[in-house]
Design a binder for this molecule. Sequence first.
Ligand code: UDP
Ligand code: MG
Length: 336
Amino acid sequence: MSTVNCQLSIVVPLFNERESLPELLVQLSAAMGEKELHALFQEPFAYEIIMVDDGSTDDSCSLIGGMIPSRPDLRLISFQRNFGKTAALSAGFMAATGDYVCTIDADLQDDPFAIKEMIKKLQEGYDLVSGWKQQRKDPLSKTIPSKLFNGVTRLFSGIAIHDFNCGLKVYRQEVTRRLELHGDMHRYIPVLAHWMGFRIAELPVNHHARKFGSTKYGTSRFFSGLLDFLSVLFITRYLRRPMHFFGMAGLASFVFGFLISLYLTLDKILLQRPVSNRPILFLGILLLILGVQLFSTGLLGEMLSTSSSRGSTFTVRETLNLTPGQAKQFNTTDKF
Ligand code: UDP
Ligand code: MG
């Protein structure tokens, strides 16, 4: 298998999904055997399934381990402990060798037979096709907050998709190679990819109720989700220019503080009115100090962003007529 070019890597993050795994593998194999899927590729179709065991405490890991000798298409990455879905996806992306990379949840809620349609869509000229759980089969306690999350993310990101956090997505490998995920940022992958200039599409997919086990995300996810949202907002807007954020706020604060102090000083000198017993004095001092602090934070941010920058401030789609040496500089499949 390793000598054949792998067209599709399927990354499956899993945490205590023992009951679902046998059926998932049957479904995936059936979906990978479909002629319509093979017809989308010029070369003979080859795929791999990368299971990322996110520190399961049931026997998910040994179950997969036991299947591997008879399944050359199966790979396993097993974490020391539970690091979260984002980390599991990152590990899968690092290992993926396919030209296309697909992610799917292990809990049988996503439909692997939709993968071929998503690849078809990708081949229309997109870099990332995200599933849309149009008829979501989850309890209201999940669907209502999720509508809110999607609405807010759509509003702030300007990306016109309905379902940012669908487990089923298909990417070109360039995208998965370049995504840098941390925290719980898998929910914002379309936002990060969009920011990097990748073209994103959405396709309605079937969704099923959870058959076995239980959801790994309780209500706490909405708080951590909010903080991650702020990080994503900051990263996509100000990562390369922190001064624009901190500098502006610092400048505004300093100017207000300065005006207040100036007013009080003139008041004291010209009208001989006492200053020390006036609350506005403290506001003035506070704003001045805050302004300087924000400004210095912006400067520090600039220094950090300059020194840690690896030059990857842009994403190249293609190059024409460059010498091989020149083209290597812009190889979109390489991180640079
Ligand atoms: N998952 C994981 N690590 C975690 C939590 C979840 O790998 O810490 C996997 C989980 O096994 C499943 C997928 O991520 O394959 C989606 O999780 P879940 O079904 O619990 O999320 P929901 O569908 O309820 O949003
Ligand atoms: Mg699920």
